[in-house]
Design a protein. Structure first.
Length: 299
């Protein structure tokens, strides 16, 4: 069996259980490396856990498929389905175990097997996964990006990636820089969201709790020196985001509610509200954050 292995809690538990059930010789870990959009610390964690489980590890590339998806706007679900899983399926003919569980859409379907992709913990909650890891004595290190769902910098690019060398590199470099400066500083959330029109990269920095003013100034200066970020704003107060959405999302209240409460708010360091605008850009399949304003402050 091959385990689609990200180094997170879900896939680590599946890897550990597969080893117990089948023996280490019959289990291999396969990590889809997203190149510039993978955290350097994330790759280190993947290698560390594979070594601790005494399981073989291989890497396969997936960032080119990511860039194709992001040409039409942010879409983590499509990225998982068409970039991550397709890369794994192309790399092996074996059954592939995934960490799908009740916290994601596949787990909620209850489907055990599809296209050689197997979901052994599909009925497990996050609390049960944590309990099982504790029972097995397995600790999964954090990258430091967020309490959950760590590992991909591209999710912080909240607009179309028309030019990977400009939009993609901005989100990849900015998030790596931020974590470098926060090393050793306790935090729950740490990310740089890249927003704005396609001609301008605006960095919204989310760190909770907020670091010292000295650290904030150093990070801001470093980001401005990249030459591909035109504006930097630390999220220290509530924001109003202006979001352009394709008609399918704009006219669907449930979709807009999920983008606000499920997709964006958990990764912002302060409350946000959204001013929705219907997009006429046919390339935009999802949404993009085109502007921001601090609540209570006139533009």
């Amino acid at each position: 069996m091959v385990v689609a292995f990200s180094g997170g809690k879900d896939s680590t538990l599946v890897a550990a259980l597969a080893r117990k059930a089948l023996g280490k010789r019959n289990v291999k870990l396969l990590n889809v490396c997203f190149g510039p959009y993978s955290y350097s610390r994330g790759i280190e964690i993947v290698v560390e856990i594979a070594k601790s489980l005494d399981l073989g590890l291989e890497f396969t590339a997936g960032y080119e498929d990511q860039e194709k998806i992001w040409k039409h706007g942010p879409s983590c679900n499509r990225c998982t389905k068409f970039a991550k899983f397709n890369a794994v399926l192309k790399s092996t003919s074996a059954i592939i175990a995934t960490g799908a569980n009740l916290s994601d859409t596949w787990g909620q379907t209850g489907i055990a097997l599809r296209k050689r992709l197997y979901a052994p913990i599909r009925n497990w909650s996050k609390a049960e996964i944590d309990e099982a890891l504790d029972y097995l004595g397995i600790e999964v290190p954090r990258i430091g990006e967020a309490p959950t769902r760590e590992g991909c910098k591209l999710k912080h690019l909240l607009k179309i990636m028309a030019n990977p060398a400009y939009h993609g590199q901005a989100v990849a470099i900015a998030n790596e820089i931020l974590l470098d400066y926060l090393e050793g500083i306790p935090h729950d959330i740490a990310n740089v969201k890249i927003i704005g029109p396609l001609s301008r990269n605006i960095a919204l920095i989310n760190v909770s709790p907020a670091p010292s003013e000295e650290i904030r100034l150093k990070v801001t200066e470093r980001l401005m020196k990249t030459g591909i970020i035109e504006e930097v704003h630390w999220v220290l107060a509530p924001l109003r985001l202006t979001i352009s959405a394709n008609p399918g999302i704009f006219n669907n209240e449930a979709s807009k509610e999920w983008i606000l409460k499920g997709r964006l708010q958990p990764e912002f360091a302060a409350p946000i509200i959204i001013n929705w605008v219907e997009s006429r850009n046919r390339r935009l399949a999802t949404f993009q954050v085109i502007d921001y304003a601090v609540m209570g402050v006139k533009p």
